[in-house]
Design a binder for this molecule. Structure first.
Ligand code: AMP
Ligand code: MG
Length: 492
């Protein structure tokens, strides 16, 4: 481990560091420094995020920033650490895991509240197990772009500030190069943190982490007679809302292990994720998921299973099992409600009617039967009002009779809705641009040749995915044939 002296501490202008997670104490983490990477270079820099964090523009472009966000320097006032957690992986208890390659630099004050800053791929930690502490360029670009794509879509997520690359070689299935993605979140605490302290019998620490989460992120739970059951309910509700957002945007996470579930209901740990191209309810995006545990249509039930694990972990604090079960029940009402609300918005329906459920179900049946491109269908539907628009939707289906029946049902339902209101609602809820696998792949291949222009362009498109960006029609088109052969696995 490299030694840090006072002279090597970097003063970052305008940043105030707090380290509330660090203050929990050594039972929760190990303090350590990132391992430097030689001669880093910028792969992507998210200026919008930098502004949100209060970073000075000129400083963010400096060599000092490049070194800091690669882990080659330490910011004055930050207290780098790796946290310990456990988890269930693919349905099995995996025991202790922890930040094996992520190093939390600390927390900074921003106009939008405190944000933790974490370097992913910044070297080995006591929790690296068999891993090398590194992340490859490929997966770092995917995480960077997808975090911002999700944010652009209005889906709760950890964010990404930048990616730096290096020529350091990393062994995966083949030799690749190392990169570091700087990500931010109000907290990186996972369900697995609770499981860790619960199953290892460290119940004081379990209470401390629960109190930390309640006091900092769910203060209303403190008012409840049973704050820990209230926490479980609040997390269940946020997770339900997240699943509704994933399902309606065709997002597959790929590795919904309990250590990849955010206690704040954010999308976290972008690995083998995928936005659906053709609509296939049983789609498995992760080539390592041989059983299809994390298939697209299984995500809502898996989230509930994971919440059940969280509830089990919280039992030493909740004491009454019935209270935990009641808290989890909220998932079963919030998820369908949130799903329907999002689907209504996609359909341009400004009010709720009993027949909407059938209209939505029928749309999904048609999409699945003809394997229609999910994103293109919804975007084209925004222009359903015009004869050409309606024809363009119809062209997506082989089963014309089936589609015509649905289209009639939809026309009747929307007859009374103001056309302007409807179009506006739909264009804000049906993105033109999503991070399809092949778009990410093109950006990665160019980046391997040191051309980062595609990374930048995609960032711009994905940060405003509902806008037209007429110069970039090709990025809103159907995936090329080769997209189907892209294999995304847990290897990252
Ligand atoms: P993931 O499935 O990527 O969320 O990772 C599961 C666990 O493996 C976490 O504890 C990670 O920190 C750890 N891990 C994944 N890749 C590496 C790596 N290259 N080096 C060290 N730890 C890793
Ligand atoms: Mg993880």
């Amino acid at each position: 481990m490299n030694a840090v002296t006072d002279e090597s501490l970097l003063a970052v202008p305008g940043l105030t560091w707090n380290n509330r997670f660090a203050a929990l104490g050594p039972d929760f983490h190990t303090e350590l420094l990132p391992t430097p990477l030689l001669s880093p270079y910028w792969v992507g820099r998210n200026a919008a995020m930098a502004r949100e964090l209060g970073l000075e523009e000129a400083w963010f472009e400096s060599q000092a920033a490049l070194e800091l966000f690669t882990g080659n320097m330490v910011a004055e006032g930050s207290q780098p650490l790796a946290s310990v957690y456990s988890g269930h992986q693919f349905g099995q208890w995996a025991g202790q895991l922890g930040d094996g390659r992520a190093i939390l630099l600390g927390e900074i004050d921003t106009a939008g509240g405190p944000q933790e800053i974490q370097l992913k791929g910044a070297g080995m930690t006591p929790y690296s197990r068999m891993g090398d502490g590194r992340a490859v360029l490929r997966s770092s670009i995917r995480e960077y772009l997808c975090s911002e794509a999700m944010h652009g879509l209005g889906i709760p997520t950890t964010r990404a500030l930048c990616v730096t690359g290096s020529d350091a070689r990393v062994r995966r299935e083949e030799i690749e190069t190392a990169a570091v993605v700087t990500r931010t979140s109000p907290s990186f605490i996972r369900f697995g943190h609770f499981e860790h302290f619960s199953y290892s019998g460290q119940h004081e620490q379990l209470k401390a982490v629960a109190d930390f989460v309640i006091d900092n992120f769910y203060p209303a739970c403190r008012e409840s007679a049973q704050p820990y059951a209230a926490l479980l309910q609040a997390v269940s509700e946020r997770t339900a809302a997240l699943m509704a957002a994933w399902q309606t945007s065709g997002f597959c996470h790929g590795v919904m292990n309990t250590d990849n579930m955010s206690i704040l209901g954010l999308t976290i740990d972008y690995g083998p994720f995928q936005f659906l191209d053709a609509f296939d309810p049983g789609h498995i995006c992760n080539h390592s998921d041989s059983q299809g545990r994390y298939a697209y249509n299984k995500q809502p039930n898996i989230a509930y299973w994971n919440l059940f694990c969280l509830g089990q972990a919280l039992l030493p604090l909740i004491e009454e099992q019935d209270q935990a079960l009641a808290a989890l029940e909220s998932y079963k009402t919030v998820f369908p409600q949130a799903l329907e609300a999002r689907m209504r918005a996609k359909l341009g329906l400004v009010d709720a009617r009993p027949e909407d459920k059938t209209l939505i179900e029928n749309a999904f049946k048609l999409l699945a039967a003809d394997k229609v491109d999910y994103t293109i269908f919804w975007r084209r539907l925004c222009h359903f009002q015009s004869p050409q628009g309606r024809e363009a939707v119809r062209d997506l289906f082989l089963d014309r009779a089936g589609y015509d029946a649905w289209s009639l049902q939809y026309s009747e339902r929307t007859m009374s809705v103001d056309i302007g209101l409807k179009a506006d609602l739909m264009l804000k809820n049906n993105p033109k641009y999503v991070l399809r696998n092949h778009l990410g792949e093109q950006a990665i291949q160019a980046a391997k040749l040191m051309d980062f222009s595609r990374v930048n362009t995609l960032l711009t498109l994905l940060q405003a995915p509902f806008d037209e960006h007429p110069a970039h029609e090709a990025d809103a088109g159907f995936p090329p044939d080769w997209a189907a052969s892209i294999e995304i696995s847990c290897s990252s």
